[in-house]
Design a protein around this ligand. Structure first.
Ligand code: ATR
Length: 269
Protein backbone atom coordinates (compact mmCIF):
# COMPACT_ATOMS: atom_id res chain seq x y z
CA UNK A 1 0.00 0.00 0.00
CA UNK A 2 1.29 3.49 -0.88
CA UNK A 3 1.72 5.97 1.92
CA UNK A 4 2.46 9.66 2.29
CA UNK A 5 3.58 11.81 5.21
CA UNK A 6 4.24 15.28 6.49
CA UNK A 7 7.38 16.01 8.50
CA UNK A 8 7.80 19.02 10.78
CA UNK A 9 8.35 20.25 14.31
CA UNK A 10 5.80 20.90 15.74
CA UNK A 11 3.46 18.75 13.65
CA UNK A 12 0.39 17.94 15.77
CA UNK A 13 -1.42 21.13 14.69
CA UNK A 14 -1.09 20.33 10.97
CA UNK A 15 -4.30 20.10 8.93
CA UNK A 16 -2.52 18.17 6.17
CA UNK A 17 -3.29 14.65 7.48
CA UNK A 18 -7.05 15.36 7.72
CA UNK A 19 -7.01 17.00 4.32
CA UNK A 20 -5.13 14.26 2.46
CA UNK A 21 -6.89 11.36 4.22
CA UNK A 22 -10.25 12.90 3.27
CA UNK A 23 -9.23 13.32 -0.37
CA UNK A 24 -7.75 9.81 -0.61
CA UNK A 25 -11.03 8.39 0.69
CA UNK A 26 -13.17 10.59 -1.57
CA UNK A 27 -11.24 9.47 -4.64
CA UNK A 28 -11.09 5.85 -3.53
CA UNK A 29 -7.29 5.78 -3.59
CA UNK A 30 -5.79 3.00 -1.49
CA UNK A 31 -3.12 4.96 0.41
CA UNK A 32 -2.63 6.70 3.72
CA UNK A 33 -1.03 9.94 4.99
CA UNK A 34 0.63 10.30 8.39
CA UNK A 35 2.15 13.16 10.44
CA UNK A 36 5.73 12.58 11.61
CA UNK A 37 7.41 14.67 14.29
CA UNK A 38 11.14 15.04 13.54
CA UNK A 39 13.68 16.36 16.04
CA UNK A 40 15.79 19.29 14.78
CA UNK A 41 19.06 17.36 14.42
CA UNK A 42 17.48 14.20 12.99
CA UNK A 43 16.36 15.48 9.60
CA UNK A 44 18.86 13.51 7.53
CA UNK A 45 18.06 10.26 9.36
CA UNK A 46 14.34 10.93 9.03
CA UNK A 47 14.66 11.44 5.26
CA UNK A 48 16.74 8.25 4.93
CA UNK A 49 14.08 6.39 6.90
CA UNK A 50 11.25 7.67 4.72
CA UNK A 51 13.15 6.47 1.64
CA UNK A 52 13.98 3.11 3.24
CA UNK A 53 10.39 2.52 4.28
CA UNK A 54 9.13 3.29 0.77
CA UNK A 55 7.26 6.53 1.37
CA UNK A 56 5.77 7.62 -1.97
CA UNK A 57 5.96 11.33 -1.20
CA UNK A 58 5.84 13.73 1.70
CA UNK A 59 5.18 17.29 2.69
CA UNK A 60 7.76 19.31 4.55
CA UNK A 61 6.82 22.01 6.99
CA UNK A 62 8.54 24.34 9.47
CA UNK A 63 11.47 24.25 10.24
CA UNK A 64 12.78 21.90 7.52
CA UNK A 65 11.75 23.49 4.22
CA UNK A 66 15.24 24.81 3.45
CA UNK A 67 17.35 22.24 5.30
CA UNK A 68 15.91 19.27 3.41
CA UNK A 69 17.29 20.37 0.03
CA UNK A 70 20.73 18.64 0.28
CA UNK A 71 19.03 15.29 1.01
CA UNK A 72 16.99 15.24 -2.21
CA UNK A 73 18.06 14.08 -5.69
CA UNK A 74 16.57 16.96 -7.66
CA UNK A 75 14.94 20.33 -7.04
CA UNK A 76 12.20 21.57 -9.34
CA UNK A 77 12.23 25.21 -10.57
CA UNK A 78 9.32 25.99 -8.23
CA UNK A 79 11.55 25.24 -5.24
CA UNK A 80 14.94 26.32 -6.58
CA UNK A 81 14.14 30.01 -6.89
CA UNK A 82 12.66 30.16 -3.42
CA UNK A 83 15.25 27.87 -1.83
CA UNK A 84 12.56 25.95 0.04
CA UNK A 85 10.72 22.66 -0.50
CA UNK A 86 7.26 21.79 0.82
CA UNK A 87 6.56 18.70 -1.29
CA UNK A 88 8.74 15.69 -2.14
CA UNK A 89 7.75 13.33 -4.94
CA UNK A 90 9.19 9.86 -5.48
CA UNK A 91 9.52 9.36 -9.23
CA UNK A 92 9.08 6.10 -11.16
CA UNK A 93 12.87 5.71 -11.30
CA UNK A 94 13.10 6.11 -7.52
CA UNK A 95 14.37 9.65 -7.41
CA UNK A 96 13.21 12.08 -4.75
CA UNK A 97 12.34 15.46 -6.25
CA UNK A 98 11.59 18.60 -4.24
CA UNK A 99 8.82 21.01 -5.27
CA UNK A 100 7.28 24.06 -3.69
CA UNK A 101 3.50 24.39 -3.97
CA UNK A 102 2.98 27.11 -1.32
CA UNK A 103 3.21 30.15 -3.58
CA UNK A 104 1.47 28.46 -6.53
CA UNK A 105 -1.26 27.35 -4.12
CA UNK A 106 -1.68 30.92 -2.96
CA UNK A 107 -2.04 32.21 -6.52
CA UNK A 108 -4.61 29.49 -7.29
CA UNK A 109 -6.59 30.50 -4.21
CA UNK A 110 -7.17 33.95 -5.76
CA UNK A 111 -9.23 32.47 -8.61
CA UNK A 112 -8.88 34.12 -11.99
CA UNK A 113 -6.79 37.26 -12.07
CA UNK A 114 -5.38 39.19 -15.02
CA UNK A 115 -1.66 39.41 -15.82
CA UNK A 116 -1.77 43.20 -15.96
CA UNK A 117 -3.22 43.62 -12.47
CA UNK A 118 -1.07 45.51 -10.00
CA UNK A 119 -0.09 43.35 -7.06
CA UNK A 120 1.17 44.63 -3.70
CA UNK A 121 2.90 42.14 -1.41
CA UNK A 122 3.33 43.35 2.16
CA UNK A 123 6.33 41.65 3.75
CA UNK A 124 9.56 40.21 2.38
CA UNK A 125 10.07 37.12 4.57
CA UNK A 126 9.95 33.46 3.60
CA UNK A 127 6.23 33.43 2.85
CA UNK A 128 6.44 36.54 0.66
CA UNK A 129 9.39 35.08 -1.25
CA UNK A 130 7.39 31.98 -2.15
CA UNK A 131 4.41 33.98 -3.33
CA UNK A 132 6.51 36.53 -5.24
CA UNK A 133 8.36 33.76 -7.12
CA UNK A 134 5.08 32.01 -7.92
CA UNK A 135 3.48 35.18 -9.33
CA UNK A 136 6.62 35.85 -11.34
CA UNK A 137 6.83 32.32 -12.75
CA UNK A 138 3.18 32.53 -13.83
CA UNK A 139 3.79 35.78 -15.72
CA UNK A 140 2.34 38.27 -13.22
CA UNK A 141 5.12 40.81 -13.34
CA UNK A 142 3.40 43.95 -11.98
CA UNK A 143 4.71 43.20 -8.52
CA UNK A 144 5.43 45.62 -5.72
CA UNK A 145 7.03 44.42 -2.50
CA UNK A 146 6.62 46.65 0.55
CA UNK A 147 8.48 45.85 3.73
CA UNK A 148 9.35 47.42 7.09
CA UNK A 149 13.01 46.79 6.22
CA UNK A 150 13.21 48.26 2.72
CA UNK A 151 16.53 46.55 2.00
CA UNK A 152 14.92 43.09 2.17
CA UNK A 153 12.24 44.14 -0.31
CA UNK A 154 14.95 45.44 -2.64
CA UNK A 155 16.86 42.15 -2.46
CA UNK A 156 13.72 40.24 -3.44
CA UNK A 157 12.95 42.58 -6.35
CA UNK A 158 16.50 42.23 -7.59
CA UNK A 159 16.24 38.47 -7.40
CA UNK A 160 12.98 38.47 -9.37
CA UNK A 161 14.38 40.96 -11.88
CA UNK A 162 11.00 42.63 -12.03
CA UNK A 163 8.78 44.86 -9.93
CA UNK A 164 9.59 47.55 -7.38
CA UNK A 165 10.35 47.83 -3.68
CA UNK A 166 8.60 50.31 -1.36
CA UNK A 167 8.55 51.23 2.31
CA UNK A 168 5.33 50.44 4.18
CA UNK A 169 4.58 54.16 4.30
CA UNK A 170 4.99 54.54 0.54
CA UNK A 171 2.69 51.56 -0.01
CA UNK A 172 0.07 53.04 2.30
CA UNK A 173 0.19 56.37 0.45
CA UNK A 174 -0.14 54.80 -3.01
CA UNK A 175 -2.56 52.04 -2.05
CA UNK A 176 -5.17 53.10 -4.62
CA UNK A 177 -2.83 51.99 -7.43
CA UNK A 178 -3.07 48.28 -6.45
CA UNK A 179 -5.69 45.75 -7.57
CA UNK A 180 -4.53 42.95 -5.29
CA UNK A 181 -3.09 43.47 -1.80
CA UNK A 182 -1.49 40.51 -0.02
CA UNK A 183 -0.58 40.57 3.68
CA UNK A 184 2.27 38.10 4.37
CA UNK A 185 3.87 39.46 7.55
CA UNK A 186 3.78 37.76 10.91
CA UNK A 187 1.46 40.54 12.14
CA UNK A 188 -1.45 38.65 10.62
CA UNK A 189 -1.80 36.46 13.68
CA UNK A 190 -2.02 39.19 16.27
CA UNK A 191 -5.42 40.59 17.12
CA UNK A 192 -5.09 44.25 18.03
CA UNK A 193 -5.75 46.93 15.45
CA UNK A 194 -2.41 48.53 16.22
CA UNK A 195 -0.85 45.51 14.54
CA UNK A 196 -1.85 46.40 10.96
CA UNK A 197 1.31 46.67 8.79
CA UNK A 198 -0.34 49.47 6.77
CA UNK A 199 -3.60 51.42 7.05
CA UNK A 200 -6.16 50.69 4.35
CA UNK A 201 -7.78 54.13 3.99
CA UNK A 202 -6.80 54.51 0.33
CA UNK A 203 -7.86 51.07 -0.83
CA UNK A 204 -8.97 50.97 -4.47
CA UNK A 205 -12.61 50.21 -5.18
CA UNK A 206 -12.95 46.53 -6.26
CA UNK A 207 -9.52 45.64 -4.91
CA UNK A 208 -8.93 42.09 -3.66
CA UNK A 209 -7.35 41.87 -0.21
CA UNK A 210 -5.73 38.63 0.93
CA UNK A 211 -4.02 37.48 4.11
CA UNK A 212 -2.01 34.27 4.20
CA UNK A 213 -3.04 33.57 7.81
CA UNK A 214 -6.00 31.20 8.29
CA UNK A 215 -6.22 31.14 12.06
CA UNK A 216 -8.02 33.42 12.84
CA UNK A 217 -10.04 33.13 9.63
CA UNK A 218 -10.63 36.90 9.68
CA UNK A 219 -7.39 38.65 10.63
CA UNK A 220 -7.37 42.30 11.79
CA UNK A 221 -6.11 43.16 8.29
CA UNK A 222 -9.07 41.46 6.59
CA UNK A 223 -11.48 42.97 9.10
CA UNK A 224 -10.21 46.41 8.18
CA UNK A 225 -10.50 45.56 4.46
CA UNK A 226 -14.09 44.39 4.89
CA UNK A 227 -15.06 47.87 6.12
CA UNK A 228 -14.29 49.02 2.55
CA UNK A 229 -16.62 46.41 1.03
CA UNK A 230 -13.89 44.74 -1.01
CA UNK A 231 -13.43 41.04 -1.70
CA UNK A 232 -11.30 39.41 1.00
CA UNK A 233 -9.46 36.08 0.92
CA UNK A 234 -8.03 34.33 3.97
CA UNK A 235 -5.13 31.88 4.10
CA UNK A 236 -7.31 28.78 4.05
CA UNK A 237 -7.34 28.79 0.26
CA UNK A 238 -3.54 28.76 0.20
CA UNK A 239 -3.42 25.88 2.68
CA UNK A 240 -5.90 23.82 0.68
CA UNK A 241 -4.51 24.64 -2.79
CA UNK A 242 -0.88 23.91 -1.82
CA UNK A 243 -2.12 20.54 -0.54
CA UNK A 244 -4.19 19.92 -3.67
CA UNK A 245 -1.17 20.56 -5.90
CA UNK A 246 0.96 18.13 -3.86
CA UNK A 247 -1.88 15.60 -4.02
CA UNK A 248 -2.06 15.92 -7.81
CA UNK A 249 1.72 15.44 -8.19
CA UNK A 250 1.47 12.20 -6.16
CA UNK A 251 -1.80 10.81 -7.46
CA UNK A 252 -2.20 12.33 -10.91
CA UNK A 253 -5.63 13.73 -10.12
CA UNK A 254 -6.89 16.97 -8.57
CA UNK A 255 -8.99 16.72 -5.42
CA UNK A 256 -12.01 18.85 -4.41
CA UNK A 257 -10.67 22.15 -3.04
CA UNK A 258 -13.95 24.04 -2.45
CA UNK A 259 -15.42 21.23 -0.36
CA UNK A 260 -12.21 21.01 1.67
CA UNK A 261 -12.23 24.75 2.36
CA UNK A 262 -15.80 24.41 3.70
CA UNK A 263 -14.82 21.42 5.84
CA UNK A 264 -11.89 23.30 7.38
CA UNK A 265 -13.99 26.44 8.00
CA UNK A 266 -16.31 24.28 10.09
CA UNK A 267 -13.35 22.73 11.87
CA UNK A 268 -11.56 26.02 12.62
CA UNK A 269 -14.80 28.07 12.85
P1 ATR B 1 7.71 34.23 7.25
O1 ATR B 1 8.59 33.09 6.87
O2 ATR B 1 6.43 33.84 7.95
O3 ATR B 1 7.44 35.17 6.11
P2 ATR B 1 9.81 35.89 8.31
O4 ATR B 1 10.71 35.38 7.25
O5 ATR B 1 10.31 36.02 9.70
O6 ATR B 1 8.49 35.04 8.41
O7 ATR B 1 9.26 37.31 7.83
C1 ATR B 1 8.45 38.10 8.62
C2 ATR B 1 7.93 39.29 7.82
O8 ATR B 1 7.04 40.04 8.69
C3 ATR B 1 9.02 40.29 7.39
O9 ATR B 1 8.64 40.90 6.19
C4 ATR B 1 9.00 41.30 8.56
O10 ATR B 1 9.52 42.56 8.24
P3 ATR B 1 11.11 42.85 8.39
O11 ATR B 1 11.77 42.24 7.19
O12 ATR B 1 11.23 44.32 8.41
O13 ATR B 1 11.54 42.21 9.67
C5 ATR B 1 7.52 41.38 8.81
N1 ATR B 1 7.21 41.88 10.15
C6 ATR B 1 7.36 41.24 11.33
N2 ATR B 1 6.99 42.03 12.36
C7 ATR B 1 6.58 43.21 11.81
C8 ATR B 1 6.06 44.44 12.35
N3 ATR B 1 5.90 44.62 13.64
N4 ATR B 1 5.73 45.43 11.46
C9 ATR B 1 5.89 45.27 10.13
N5 ATR B 1 6.37 44.11 9.56
C10 ATR B 1 6.71 43.12 10.39
Amino acid sequence: KRWFAVIGNPISHSFSPTMHETWLKQLDIDASYIPIHVEQNNLEKAVESLKLLGCSGWNVTVPFKEDIIPFLDEIDDSARGIGAVNTVVKTLDNKYVGFNTDGLGFVESLGSILPEQNILLIGAGGAARGIAHAFNSLGYTQLTIANRTLEKAKVLVEELQTGQALTLEEAENTLDTFDIVVQTTSLGMKTSEASLPIQLNRLKENAIVADIVYNPLVTPFLEEAKKNNVRTINGLGMLVHQGALAFSYWNGTKPDTDGMIQQLIEQIG
